[in-house]
Design a protein around this ligand. Sequence first.
Ligand code: Z5A
Length: 209
Amino acid sequence: MKQGIFITLEGGEGVGKSTNILFIKNQLEAAGISVIMTREPGGTEFSEKIRQLLLENRDEIVTEQAEILLMFAARAQHIQHVIQPALSQGQWVLCDRFTDSTYAYQGGGRKMDINMIEWLENKIQGALRPDLTILLDAPVAIGMDRANKRGKLDRFESEQQTFYENVRAAYLKRAQQKPDQIRVINADQSLDRVKNEIGFEIQQLLSRR
Ligand code: Z5A
C-alpha cells in the first residue's frame, strides 16, 4: 500500500495553528483523502499525560533537559502508536506541531545544543520527517495578544517576549535551511487570506501526488 503523507503545522503561540488545521483536513477530505488530525506534545493517552506535565504551571523549576526528553518521550509514543501506523495504512497525517517546534522552542528559545536535538531526532524518528510543514509566521506581539485574550497562560505562554522572538527567529532560520519542506505563510493578515495561501500549498502538494 502507498505510504500516506505527513503534514505538520508550526509557529509561535496564537498564530492560528488550531484554527487552520481543520480547514486543511476539510480540504484533503474533499479531495477524497483519508486523514487523521493529531498534535504534539500529545496524540496518545500517555503522551497527553506528558503534555499536561509539560504545560502546567508549577513551583518546581522544570530543567530544560527534563523538558526536551519529555518532548521526545511523548513523540516516541506518538510515532509508534499513531503516526507510523496511519502512514503505513496510506492515511495522511496532519499534526499540530512536531520536531520543528523542538528546534524552535528548545533550540531557539532555550538555546539548547542543536546537535543534541538532531541526535535525538535521528534516534527517535529514524527516517521519519514531515513531507510538508506549514509555518504560520506573525510578529510576536500579535500572537501573544491573541493568546492573552484567551485568559490563563500555560508554562510556555508565560515566557517573556525575548523568548518568543528567539523562537520565531529559529523557525525562520529552519525554513531557510529546509525550503523543500517548510512553507512560510504570513499569519498577520485576515483569516481568509491565510486560508487562501494554505489552500494553495495543499493544492500544490495534491497535484504532485
Ligand atoms: N512545545 C515545545 O516547546 N517543544 C516541542 O517540541 C513541542 C511543543 C511539540 C504547546 O503547544 C506548547 O508546547 C507550545 C510549544 C511547546 N507552547 N507555546 N506557546 P500548543 O500548540 O498547544 O500551544 P500554542 O501554540 O500556544 O497554541 P495556541 O496558542 O492555541 O496557538 P494556535 O493554535 O497557533 O492559535 P489559535 O488557537 O488557532 O488562534 C489563537 C486565536 O487567534 C484564536 O482566537 C483565533 O480565532 C485567532 N486567530 C487565528 N488566526 C487569526 C487571524 N488570521 N486573524 C485574526 N485572528 C486570528
